[in-house]
Write a protein that binds this ligand. Structure first.
Ligand code: GLU
Length: 303
């Protein structure tokens, strides 16, 4: 466990109503932080203006209150030492981090479009994205940053990362060679949108987050995030990735499963019944007995 005060966080994207999977992420990150005597922070990851809506962020807060999961810091109107807590309001902070990364000589402008990348024969990463073949990368890195004459994406070379190893509290030891597993990382898209990988690391570091508890779909991002922590001179948090919930037919639960969205769940369950169901699904209890989040603190383990 990290020294000093534990701080966990829940970092949802308000691109729709929260569903059972998000509620699980909220509950497990809350339990982990609180069972260690720590604080729990709520950050709104609304980087994508096409998909994210303020009204969804408000509903999300209402759903968390309904579940009995109250945050110590953050939220839509959150005032706190590390605010603002909506990523859409943190552009200046990401800009400053990007300048520091550019100063390492490892960033370069990239003009490749998604369609061009799809058309290449380059191999694909486990999440289906193309492993960047290095088309725009200068022949020798590090290289000084030259401001491009038209809007371009900013990419970060990953060769110098070598092999990255870490131990996830649930998934155990992991290793990754970024050059092989994902290729050079986009930090900012040509349309100016900040990449998730940059924003999440900058925010978790500046907000003093000491543990990240979230679904296994983000396990592959950890190595990229550790590399960014290193380049920014910040201490990475502890990691814990739990298995994703599945629909009855075995598919991963998604926003399309409307019966597992919070509006439908709130119509069918009381908060205690829903927390009880989540506790069984998380393997904390053998049955669905209604309970409160606080009732589960003693039972919370990651094995
Ligand atoms: N915003 C991401 C999501 O809603 C989660 C990011 C994270 O936990 O690192 O899927």
């Amino acid at each position: 466990m990290s020294e000093g005060r534990v701080k966990g966080r829940f970092a949802p994207s308000p691109s729709g109503r929260m569903h059972l999977g998000n509620a699980m992420a909220a509950l497990l990150s809350w339990l982990s932080a609180k069972s260690r005597g720590g604080e729990w922070l709520l950050r709104i990851e609304d980087l994508d203006p096409q998909r994210c809506r303020r009204e969804y962020a408000r509903l999300l807060e209402d759903d968390l209150h309904w579940l009995g999961l109250d945050w110590d810091e953050g939220g839509v109107d959150g005032i706190g030492p590390s605010g603002p807590y909506c990523q859409s309001e943190r552009s200046d902070i990401y800009e400053a981090a990007l300048e520091r990364l550019k100063a390492t000589g490892l960033c370069y402008p990239c003009t490749c479009t998604r369609a061009e990348l799809r058309a290449t024969q380059a191999p694909h990463a486990s999440d289906g994205t193309v492993i960047y073949p290095g088309t725009c990368r200068p022949a020798v890195m590090p290289a000084p940053w030259h401001e491009p004459t038209r809007p371009c994406a900013v990419r970060l070379a990953v060769d110098s990362a070598g092999e990255i190893t870490f131990t996830d509290r649930r998934c155990g030891p992991r290793r990754s060679v970024l050059a092989r597993d994902c290729g050079d990382i986009v930090l900012r898209r040509a349309d100016g949108a900040w990449a998730y990988q940059l924003a999440v690391v900058v925010d978790d570091a500046l907000m003093g987050v000491t543990e990240v508890v979230r679904g296994e779909d983000l396990l592959d991002s950890v190595a990229r995030q550790i590399y960014l922590y290193r380049l920014l001179g910040a201490e990475p948090p502890e990691w814990s990735h739990f298995p994703l919930l599945c629909a009855p037919d075995g598919r991963r639960l998604s926003k399309r499963d409307s019966s597992e969205a919070m509006d439908s769940l709130r119509a069918r369950y009381t908060p205690a019944q829903l927390i009880g169901r989540l506790a069984r699904l998380a393997g904390l209890r053998p049955d669905d007995e209604p309970c409160s989040p606080a009732d589960l603190l003693q039972l919370y383990t990651e094995q």
